[in-house]
Design a protein around this ligand. Sequence first.
Ligand code: ATP
Length: 308
Amino acid sequence: MTNEVMVDVRGLVKRYGSFTAVNGVTYSVHKGEIFGLLGPNGAGKTTTIEMLVGLRKPDEGTAVLAGYDVRKEVNGVKEVIGVQLQSTSLFELLKVEEILHLYASFYPRHVNIDELIEEMLLTEKRRDRIKGLSGGQKQRLAIALALIHDPEIVFLDEPTTGLDPQARRTLWDIVLRLKERGKTVILSTHYMDEAHVLCDRIGIMDQGELIALDTPGNLVKMLQSTSTIEFYLNDPPEEGWFMKMDGVKEAALKDTFVQLYTDDLQQALTSLIEVSSQHGLEIRDLQTRQATLEDVFIHMTGRRLRES
Ligand code: ATP
């Protein structure tokens, strides 16, 4: 990563009628950085990316990509960006290598297609029709198409949504390799584990706004709690019972489900036993775990990233 700013976004706003989908988003991304936009469905991640890649016109604000202004220098922007969108539709009847050659023909310069196929782990599928590919293979092909003109900035919109765990991990490796080659990557996701593993910095979006921006480690540190205790009760409890417990910094309750945040797990568990015998509570399915980005999101908004 270098200090060179590749993406500079200032005060971006997008309205649909009276509804504001993106409300004054500002951030910058350095060369070689993987920057994640994390947020629940409808947070405004896709709309933000669509404004950066020139698919939607911002109502307010500016964005400059590798020195090109997205409002005024569209051709320059097109040269330096590669885009994989959720809605990328591929010509299903073409073969993998055919579509790559077709896309390559759109550009004056392109990367070596054999190498690209190998890098995206599609060698065995190169002569197969696109319609027969798995979800993960289609996503890798969509990324290959985004990379064909060797762009400096790569946009990936929820690249692993709908993929099985193994296909997700394969894709993570591919994204990390892009970074190794000095590409700047902006990706959106609603998977916190993905954001944590891949991203150098994360912007958490909620209801059109960037509510936090930092490294994954610092975001979790911000909670000032290192562990979470989760369990179910037979009846909904009173919040006050848990907030007064020694060692508990914060409690989140949803019906009979309780989450306690602590940085002294031993102390919190001891207090929990005391409180449960005091109030005759029956605790089920107790688990303890390290605090995650999901906890940061719950802490900031009172809601979960993904409704289960
Ligand atoms: P997802 O994870 O579902 O893609 P997202 O964070 O990418 O979510 P956006 O797709 O950017 O969210 O949508 C932000 C908000 O703007 C949503 O409430 C959505 O319904 C709304 N929206 C998006 N496109 C339009 C449109 N063309 N007209 C009206 N509202 C829209």
